[in-house]
Design a protein around this ligand. Structure first.
Ligand code: FES
Ligand code: FES
Length: 191
């Protein structure tokens, strides 16, 4: 951790260093600055959305050091020295991440407000478990609410992305491995 507390009268301000989507940022923030506000208003990364603001809807999901977190519940100072990945950080140039591609191709969204959080959650799942069962996908994604799609298309999009990431092709999204969702506890801990 690299943050430092400055002397009064700016005693409440802390200097933090965070890598966001591969870019280093050194900023001064108040200790109560939420990560979602830091990303959206200080860095201008408005892809991350805020919905409930209390850790329930999943709209604000980002990755912190590879772990899924609700950025509406995470203080920016908590991310000091860490690496944050937001929806803006998934594409490589003009090439979308396979999860993004599959949400588009398989209709994983309608209005789109929940989609950045859904995609970040799905990425975290597939990073942890490349071959999730349908039940594991449903269990993992249950913290990401959607008022539009009825969830079937979201689950299918994640299945298809899993298949694509395994190199099995878009047509092989069927889940292969049975077993408990091992990272479930980790997900809950992050929320
Ligand atoms: S805004 Fe709803 S969980 Fe963060
Ligand atoms: S796509 Fe509209 S809330 Fe999910």
């Amino acid at each position: 951790m690299t943050s430092s507390v400055t002397a009064s009268p700016a005693a409440a301000i802390r200097r933090i260093r965070i890598q966001v989507n591969g870019q280093e940022h050194e900023c001064e923030v108040r200790p109560n600055r939420l990560l979602v506000d830091f990303l959206r208003y200080d860095l201008g990364l408005t892809g991350t959305k805020e919905g409930c603001g209390v850790g329930v809807c999943g709209l604000c999901t980002v990755l912190l050091d590879g772990q899924m977190v609700a950025s509406c519940l995470t203080l920016a100072v908590f991310a000091d020295g860490g690496e944050v990945t937001t929806i803006e950080g998934l594409a490589v140039g003009a090439e979308l991440h396979p999860v993004q591609d599959c949400f588009i191709e398989y209709g994983g969204f309608q209005c789109g407000i929940c989609t950045p959080g859904q995609i970040m959650a799905a990425k975290a799942l597939l990073d942890d478990n490349p071959t999730p069962t349908e039940e594991e996908i449903k269990e993992w994604m249950m913290g990401n609410l959607c008022r539009c799609t009825g969830y079937y298309k979201i689950v299918e999009s994640v299945q298809r992305a899993a298949g694509r990431l395994r190199g099995a092709g878009a047509g092989d999204g069927a889940t292969a491995r049975q077993g408990p969702a091992g990272a479930r506890a980790g997900r809950l801990a992050a929320r």
